[in-house]
Design a protein around this ligand. Structure first.
Ligand code: TYD
Length: 137
């Protein structure tokens, strides 16, 4: 069954607090609901810039604000949810077929993405109407 915006959820990752600096780790098969095939990150995002603006046919992702903060707007074409990510130990799980936009990046923020598939342009819907047509069948 197709995922909905309700399935987009925050995953709390382990945090080892330490006066020398905190540590968070992610283990495949334990914290993330898919096998991790790829890691990429967004950084040096200029103030006011938007990222995302696509949905993925198969790829599932977990987004983590490794540094700073940003917002993710996730939509299943019927319902939309906005998440504010501002902790290095929170991941946002986005199933496939969820349209996402990202904005409100703080200065120096870094978005780490864990992905279930390697990059494939064919997996992308970059046109919202095309995404809608697919969803509406
Ligand atoms: P894109 O997914 O459009 O970025 P965003 O949605 O964050 O705005 O990707 C930007 C460019 O980078 C695009 O030309 C595809 C390329 N790219 C890769 O080659 N490999 C990857 O793993 C990713 C995520 C993007």
């Amino acid at each position: 069954m197709r995922a909905t915006a309700e399935d987009c959820r925050i995953i709390k990752l382990p945090k080892i607090s330490d006066p020398r600096g905190n540590l968070t780790f992610v283990e495949g098969g334990r914290h993330i609901p898919f096998a991790i095939s790829r890691v990429f990150y967004l950084y040096d995002v200029p103030g006011g810039a938007d990222r995302g603006g696509h949905a993925l046919r198969s790829c599932q992702q977990v987004l983590i604000a490794i540094s700073g903060s940003f917002d993710v707007i996730a939509s299943d074409a019927d319902q939309t949810k906005r998440f504010h990510l501002n902790r290095s130990y929170y991941g946002l799980f986005l199933p496939s077929l969820i349209w996402r936009e990202m904005d409100n990046f703080s200065s120096g923020s870094i978005c780490l993405v864990l992905a279930s598939h390697v990059y494939s342009e064919g997996d992308y819907f970059r046109d919202y109407n095309e995404f809608l047509l697919h969803i509406r069948g």
